[in-house]
Design a protein around this ligand. Structure first.
Ligand SMILES: Nc1ncnc2c1ncn2[C@@H]1O[C@H](COP(=O)(O)OP(=O)(O)OP(=O)(O)O)[C@@H](O)[C@H]1O
Ligand SMILES: [Mg+2]
Length: 466
């Protein structure tokens, strides 16, 4: 039993206790604290409402009878939140009707007072566990039914991990540094972080630090007072002020000019912005995201980037994996982009010839998703008929590995140094078959044709366990 309570504790989100009797409130807090739950406690429904408007909690334990509005109101209120927290109602002895009514109104459980502490722990652990499972199921369902996560497709383990990380980091208000090679989707990650965050209803303001002359950057970010410099006629709100209550995305952060870096650092520290030429500061409430495809450590070593600013920006780090490390996604992206592009041009459906598809699946995509998209666009435009041939692909892609029997290992970039990091031929073969099956959406006849093997051989390989 003790094990049960400990498995779901500690949660990252607190348990809210709503109880007007101070001694009882303390008892509940102590008991849950002992079981390693984080707790918050208030004495009225009104205080609970105010708190729930600001904070996400995992579970609410509310007394039914409270001085103002009662526990039923708290319950109703929690049902409007996203995500809906768990709810346990505390009812007086002999008020079973009220307890049943609470369950009907959506409470997960009820406990009668005086509360048996062992029951309390069990109920809390059970409600939190079922809530966690529900969230997990909803997440997988969303992944299966929608086309990915905020415009990002991908079902590879690396991408599922990325989506999960985004969800978790989105809740925080701390800054995030998004790194990854060019074309991996860093901008999409920034958008997803904003959309998943409690600031989603606020603005998302983007500044490309590389695209703006150094002389304009300061007034662009911080704003300026009227007549602050020649050409500055009216006052202008800076991007920090525009992003107030929302998110500011500083793209290509490594290109931020050295003179601007200490000023940015100061704003990040306290949210206070002093527009150029103004004599007062304005307080802003902004979450900052930054992205770069550069090696920032290298920029710090060369003295082009301040280390203190780097640490301030990098409270969380999200590294977006390159496409060559997520083979399964290549197949799905090819199919998606092919459909999207033919539809955009109003063309009848197209397909890749087996040779073209083999080449596309083997190619390492140094330009990542952006390169894949433009390859498909180009091929769709160039193709004469219904079938996209290998000749419709750029020369660098036209390495046809041939049928499965002689897949060449050298098309993989030789970045791995340790012998044990290399895939065996059997692993590579299995991965390739999985990719082709992903492309054909499980159609084995079509997959066998692409792989250049018989259908029976394919079935045997699948049976042997890919
Ligand atoms: N997982 C994905 N699913 C679908 N489209 C994607 C995915 N990742 C990236 N893209 C698309 O690829 C292109 C490049 O993505 P994005 O601009 O976010 O890359 P980036 O990492 O910011 O690159 P850079 O460092 O060059 O700025 C965009 O058109 C984007 O919509
Ligand atoms: Mg970008």
């Amino acid at each position: 039993m003790v094990d049960d309570t400990q498995r779901s504790a500690p949660t990252d989100e607190p348990v809210l206790i709503v109880e007007d009797d101070a001694a009882y409130r303390q008892l509940l807090e102590d008991e849950l604290g002992d079981a390693r739950y984080r707790t918050l406690a208030v004495a009225s429904a009104e205080d609970a409402q105010a708190l729930l408007a600001r904070r996400t909690v995992a579970l609410v334990i509310s007394d039914l009878r409270l001085p103002g509005a009662d526990g039923r109101t708290v319950l109703e209120w929690t049902r409007t939140l996203t995500p809906v927290p768990g709810f346990i109602m505390l009812t007086g002895f002999g008020t079973i009707d009220e307890a049943v009514a609470a369950l009907k109104a959506g409470a997960d459980d009820f406990l009668t007072k005086p509360v048996d502490l062992e029951h309390l722990r069990l109920a809390v652990s059970r409600v939190l566990e079922s809530r966690r499972l529900r969230a997990e199921v909803a997440r997988y369902r969303a992944l299966q039914t929608s086309s990915g996560f905020h415009g990002m497709s991908g079902t590879s383990p690396a991408m599922l991990k990325l989506f999960d990380l985004i969800r978790r980091i989105a809740r925080s208000d701390s800054s995030v540094l998004i790194t990854g090679e060019s074309g991996t989707g860093k901008e999409l990650v920034a958008r997803a972080l904003h959309a998943e965050s409690p600031r989603a209803d606020g603005p998302l303001v983007t500044l490309n630090c590389a695209g703006i002359p150094e002389s304009l950057l300061e007034s662009e970010l911080l704003g300026h007072a009227a007549g602050a410099f020649s050409g500055a006629r009216g006052a202008r709100r800076g991007l920090f002020a525009e992003a107030d209550g929302g998110t500011l995305f500083l793209d290509e952060i490594a290109e931020m000019p050295p003179a601007m870096q200490p000023k940015l650092l100061r704003v990040l520290q306290d949210g206070q912005v002093r527009p150029v030429g103004a004599n007062a500061e304005i307080q802003t409430d902004v979450r900052v995201l930054a992205a770069t495809h550069r090696d920032i450590a290298e920029r710090i070593r060369s003295g082009d980037f301040r280390e203190d600013l780097f640490y301030r920006l990098e409270t969380f780090r999200i590294d977006v994996p390159p496409l060559r490390e997520r083979g399964e996604d290549v197949a799905a992206l090819l199919r998606e982009r092919l459909q999207a592009q033919t539809a955009a041009l109003g063309l009848p459906p197209r397909r890749f010839s087996p040779r073209a598809l083999r080449a596309l699946l083997q190619y390492p995509y140094p330009g990542n998703v952006r390169e894949l998209i433009s390859l498909v666009e180009r091929a769709v435009t160039l193709a004469d008929g219904e079938v996209i041939e290998i000749g419709d692909l750029p020369e660098r892609v036209q390495i046809d590995a041939g049928p499965l029997s002689d897949i060449r290992l050298q098309v993989l970039p030789p970045t791995r140094s340790h012998a044990e990091d290399w895939e065996t031929l059997a692993e590579r073969e299995a991965r390739y078959i999985r990719e082709v099956l992903a492309f054909t959406d499980g159609n084995k006849q079509q997959a066998a044709r692409i792989l250049g093997i018989g259908r029976k051989t394919l079935y045997r390989k699948i049976d042997e366990g890919l």
